[in-house]
Structure formats: structure tokens, C-alpha cells
Design a protein around this ligand. Structure first.
Ligand code: GDP
Ligand code: CA
Length: 312
């Protein structure tokens, strides 16, 4: 069995851990979001790829959901002592090493897909982790605050401003000329079915779907999605701010409508959203909270079972 999953950061990574447990014999290919990537202190940082790699590789800070376990912050403090900006993005010492290796390899001419494979050789995530593209494309957000109307990097809006300033629009800069990373379209073509974890529908899944060719490749496939929205609110984070920016309500129904019945064949919602429906989509209500390993595995198993039932 070959399963393809798209993934952002925390929501995606946690779900994938459940999927690996629910389907221990399956080949799983993960197509990771790189729209959140940012260059800091001359280093290329790929937050979502690293969250998936650390989570599946056993190196994640479990409570925080991102970054390394047993982390220290000496380098960050030293940079701050020099007054070097930005100081709002938390990079720990252990994490810095990952970004140094990645940046060194980029400088030497390796594509991000090969670098990700090299980093995963250490972490052994038990899935094949591919960036959505080797071409640089970054999510930027247009905001209008006391400093005026301007576009900022997604991370500045998300991390520094905690999405407290409304986004007027969200754009994936560079996507027009981006190509899917080597292996992405092949993985989708050979997949038995595809699963969308409860990742952010705008800046994680939505970003991956914008890479030319990926959405088209998914259309003939059986796709089952898990709602990141329960009872009108994101389970964690500020996905509502992203949905509002693109004019979509923060409901499991609106996210399903956004994906559309041409793309998604099955949709898992929480019990309180059992009235969600869309012609051509099989909607099932299940416990959607990934609050323990068992609950997460059960959720992944529910997605698997539905995908298998819908696969011709
Ligand atoms: P990020 O890149 O770290 O923001 O992570 P993702 O894009 O992968 O996932 C973020 C989304 O995961 C948010 O919209 C949350 O609502 C959703 N999420 C987090 N925990 C859970 C959970 O336990 N259950 C469900 N259904 N969604 C969750
Ligand atoms: Ca992310």
C-alpha cells in the first residue's frame, strides 16, 4: 500500500505519527509545505519540514509541538547581545545545526529535496519526506497597521504579530514558476489514495495545492481530508485568521467547500459538525482530537478506512 499525505507543521506531523502507527506496513510519502520557509541570520529555515522530521524522528519538543527536545538557546542570546534582528523567531542551539547543514548544502548546489533526504538519514522518520518544491516560494501577507500598508513574510505576521493584525491578502510569492520537487508527481500517480491531515487549509495544504501540477495530479485520486476546524474554531493556532483573509468562514463546512468535491472524496468532521455535507463527498463524524497517541492512531485509522472504502 502506498499512501501520499500532504502536511504542514504541527497538525500534519502529529497526524502522520498516527498514520504510521495505523498503517505500519504501508509506504508513506509526505509532501511538505515549504511556503513558511525563511532565511534568518543567513540560514535557510524550513519550519514545516523540520516539524515533520523531528516529530516522526523522535526529536520534537512534545509540549511545544515544534523545535527540538532538551533545547538550549545560547546562540539566540548571543545574537541578541549583538542586537541582531530578528529576535522574535525562536531558534534553539540544536535546531541551529539543522539549518547550518541545510544552508551549507544549498550553498554547495544541492536541491532542497536531496538535502531533506540527507537530514532524514539521521532522523529516520519512517516516511519519505519530500518538499512540495525545490524552487523557492514564500508566503507573504499584506497587512495595514500603524506602520502603513505593506507585505511582510508569513512568519513575521504569524510569529511576531501572532496574526493579531488582519491579513488583507495572502500570496505565495514565486509559485507561478515553481515546479513540484522530483518525486512529488510520481508519488501521487502511484499512490493508492491520498490523505489530507488536519493541517492549515490556507497556508499549509492550500500552499501545496498552489504548486502548478500538484492539484491536477490529485484530481483523479481518492482523497480523504481531516477537518482542522471543530465547532467553528481551529483546534490550536490561528487558522481562523488565514481563512478570514481569503473570505472563508471558520467552519468544517466552509473548509470542505473550499477544497471542493472535485478534489476531496471523503471528509472527517467532529461529532458536533455531523451536519456538514457536500454532494459527492462522504462525510463521517469521528473523534477528531489528537490528544493522545491512541486517539491520534484511531483518527488516522478512521481516515485510512474511509479512504480504502472510497478507493475503486
Ligand atoms: P502548523 O504548520 O504548525 O501551523 O501546522 P499545520 O498546518 O499542520 O496544522 C495546523 C492546524 O492543525 C490548525 O488549523 C489546527 O486547528 C489543527 N490541529 C491541531 N491539533 C489538532 C487536533 O488535535 N485535531 C484536529 N482535527 N486538528 C488539529
Ligand atoms: Ca506551518
Amino acid at each position: 500500500m502506498h499512501i501520499v499525505s500532504l502536511a504542514g507543521g504541527i497538525g500534519g506531523a502529529r497526524f502522520l505519527r498516527g498514520l504510521r502507527a495505523a498503517a505500519p506496513d504501508a509506504d508513506i510519502t509526505v509532501i511538505g509545505n515549504t511556503g513558511d520557509d525563511i532565511t534568518l541570520f543567513g540560514l535557510r529555515v524550513c519550519p514545516d519540514l523540520d516539524t515533520v522530521m523531528y516529530t516522526l524522528g523522535g526529536g520534537i519538543d512534545e509540549e511545544q509541538g515544534w523545535g527540538r527536545a532538551k533545547e538550549s538557546h545560547v546562540v539566540k542570546e548571543e545574537l541578541a547581545a549583538y542586537g541582531v534582528e530578528p529576535q522574535w523567531f525562536g531558534l534553539g542551539d540544536r535546531d541551529f545545526a539543522t539549518h547550518i547543514v541545510r544552508s551549507q548544502m544549498l550553498e554547495a548546489g544541492y536541491p532542497l529535496s536531496q538535502i531533506t533526504e540527507a537530514l532524514c538519514a539521521r532522523w529516520q522518520p519512517g516516511v519519505r519526506l519530500l518538499p512540495m518544491s525545490d524552487d523557492r516560494c514564500e508566503t507573504h501577507v499584506v497587512i495595514n497597521d500603524a506602520q502603513g500598508r505593506r507585505a511582510v513574510h508569513f512568519q513575521e505576521w504569524w510569529v511576531r504579530l501572532r496574526a493579531s493584525v488582519p491579513a488583507e491578502s495572502i500570496a505565495l510569492v514565486g509559485v507561478d514558476t515553481a515546479r513540484p520537487a522530483p518525486g512529488v508527481l510520481e508519488a501521487i500517480a502511484s499512490a493508492d489514495f491520498v490523505i489530507f491531515p488536519p493541517s492549515n487549509p490556507v497556508v499549509s495544504i492550500g500552499t501545496i495545492l498552489q504548486v502548478p501540477g500538484i492539484r491536477e495530479a490529485l484530481l483523479p485520486k481518492t482523497v480523504v481530508g481531516v477537518s482542522p476546524i471543530i465547532g467553528g474554531a481551529p483546534v490550536r493556532g490561528m487558522a481562523d485568521a488565514c481563512l478570514t483573509a481569503i473570505g472563508v468562514e471558520t467552519t468544517a463546512q466552509a473548509v470542505l467547500d473550499l477544497y471542493g468535491s472535485d478534489l476531496v472524496n471523503g471528509w472527517l468532521v467532529a461529532e458536533e459538525d455531523a451536519d456538514v455535507s457536500l454532494s459527492g463527498v462522504q462525510v463521517e463524524a469521528r473523534p477528531l482530537l489528537m490528544n493522545s497517541p491512541d486517539a491520534t492512531t484511531a483518527l488516522a485509522r478512521a481516515a485510512l478506512t474511509l479512504a480504502q472504502a472510497l478507493t475503486p
